[in-house]
Design a protein around this ligand. Structure first.
Ligand SMILES: NC(=O)c1ccc[n+]([C@@H]2O[C@H](COP(=O)([O-])OP(=O)(O)OC[C@H]3O[C@@H](n4cnc5c(N)ncnc54)[C@H](OP(=O)(O)O)[C@@H]3O)[C@@H](O)[C@H]2O)c1
Length: 419
């Protein structure tokens, strides 16, 4: 069952709810912990204890060109409140990392308002009901982050203030236009809409690879990062945390089942062209959740890897064969093959512009085959495993063991061809 408040095309759902038809209205505001769901208490009721200082006049004329908030920043900082009094807007809440982030924030007692699409997940295969089940404990709001109007209307109809925005949005394809649409524009929409509802902190899931931006999605992310930092410089009351993780487990698990079936482990060059410190979804989610309240993470760009030493593809393959108790069997692919393919695609795209994404995917593949997901020293141009911070407890070896036992369910790369 779900809670559903149809209102001007906007719907608020709570996964554990029973149907009700009660609209938010001004008399709910100012009541301590008013739960606007009489039949079913969402696990994390929206916190209405903080008076919502919302200027109606300004709200009717939302500022678009700039990201100046139309809501007066609350005098008491959200940092003085307890988690259950803090409203955290999570966007990208249905993604590989986003759903773990939503769960972690719920576990820590925050009021999570999760924005989702009506068909979410890889290729939109999850229905509303499945999304509600997945985000159990959050107040799920079905809306459209790609349209500022829709997002503002949805949040406006909720009638609550937002304290913190956590964005785990990302283009599902990594294609050129989609990257700009999601990693930049939609993410910026959530900043504008969040600020207009009073948000004074923004946690951004970015990527460590933006240090060396050669791909469109990296440029899109960097542009947003720069605007976020500028916001904080211009407004004392606003802070950010930019989280730049190294490789996710899902990006490294693609060969586990093939090797289990007797195939060789495929790697580029000698298997030592790049390295990373893989991090699990739950460890990264925990780190991102820390960013909501930890002072030492405010106004900082935070590169982060998982526990243990950095691993090259060669070492990842060796781990896999060791677990399987087999002699290592590698298939080495010269990196020049990728350079040739990219050259051909770049040539073709000049004649057939529609091949733009195919050319971009080739570049993405080349990038991850040769660039390390570690801190880059801008002076030497070298990557440093030592300088890349580690966090968490889940190891790649444990992940490989789990995939060998249970398969890759939940670890699919989805629409992304490469990463
Ligand atoms: N893969 C790696 O190893 C790695 C390493 C470091 C950093 N990163 C970065 O981590 C970030 C998150 O990755 P992830 O794997 O968690 O991403 P993901 O699973 O692809 O999730 C993307 C999220 O964005 C939403 N989204 C995408 N297009 C949308 C649209 N048109 N409208 C509304 N929502 C949309 C998705 O919603 P739906 O569910 O509705 O599609 C989903 O919630 C990315 O920025 C990536 O660059 C990745």
């Amino acid at each position: 069952m779900s809670i559903c408040v149809p209102f001007h095309g906007f719907t608020l759902y709570s996964p554990k709810g029973q149907s009700f038809k009660r609209l938010f209205s001004s008399h709910f505001i100012n009541h301590a912990q008013v739960i606007p769901f009489p039949c079913s208490l969402p696990l994390s009721p929206l916190n209405l204890s903080e008076p919502f200082r919302f200027s109606r006049e300004k709200a009717l004329k939302p500022i678009r060109a700039s990201i100046t908030p139309t809501v007066e920043t609350p005098k008491t900082s959200f940092r003085d409140k307890t988690p259950k009094e803090i409203n955290v807007l999570v966007v990208g809440s249905t993604g590989y990392i986003g759903k773990f982030v939503a769960k972690e924030l719920i576990k820590r007692g925050f009021n999570v308002i999760a924005i989702a699409r009506e068909s979410s997940g890889i290729k939109g295969r999850n229905s509303k009901e499945e999304t509600l089940e997945q985000l159990n404990g959050a107040n799920v709001c079905f809306s459209d982050v790609t349209h500022l109007d829709s997002l503002e209307k949805s949040l406006g109809n909720l009638g609550v203030s937002i304290d913190v925005v956590v964005s785990c949005l990302a283009s599902r394809s990594g294609g050129v236009k989609d990257s700009w649409k999601i990693d930049y524009e939609a993410t910026k929409n959530t900043l504008v809409a969040g600020r207009n509802r009073g948000a004074s902190h923004f946690v951004l899931l970015s990527a460590i690879c933006v240090q060396k931006p050669l791909l469109e999605f990296q440029r899109a992310k960097l542009k947003f990062e720069a605007e976020l930092i500028k916001q904080a410089e211009e407004d004392d009351g606003f802070t950010y945390s930019i989280v730049r993780p190294t490789a996710f487990f899902k990006s490294l698990g693609g060969q586990v089942e093939l090797v289990k079936d007797g195939k060789p482990y495929v790697m580029f060059g000698d298997g030592k062209l790049c390295a990373c410190k893989p991090i699990s979804e739950s460890d990264l989610a925990s780190f991102i959740a820390d960013c909501v309240l930890s002072q030492d993470k405010f106004n900082r760009v935070l590169p982060i890897g998982g526990p243990g030493k950095a691993l090259t593809p060669l070492e990842q393959g060796e781990i896999l064969f060791r677990i399987l108790g087999r002699e290592p069997k590698f298939f080495k692919v010269p990196i020049e093959i990728m350079d040739f393919a990219i050259g051909v695609l770049d040539f073709l795209v000049k004649i057939f512009p529609a091949m733009e994404d195919a050319a971009e995917f080739g570049k993405i593949g080349r990038y991850y085959a040769a660039e390390s997901m570690l801190i880059l020293d801008p002076e030497t141009g070298e990557y440093s495993a030592e300088k890349t911070p580690s966090y968490g407890k889940d190891t790649l070896e444990e992940f490989f063991e789990r995939v060998l036992r249970e398969g890759m369910a939940g670890q699919e790369l989805g629409e992304q061809t490469i990463f």
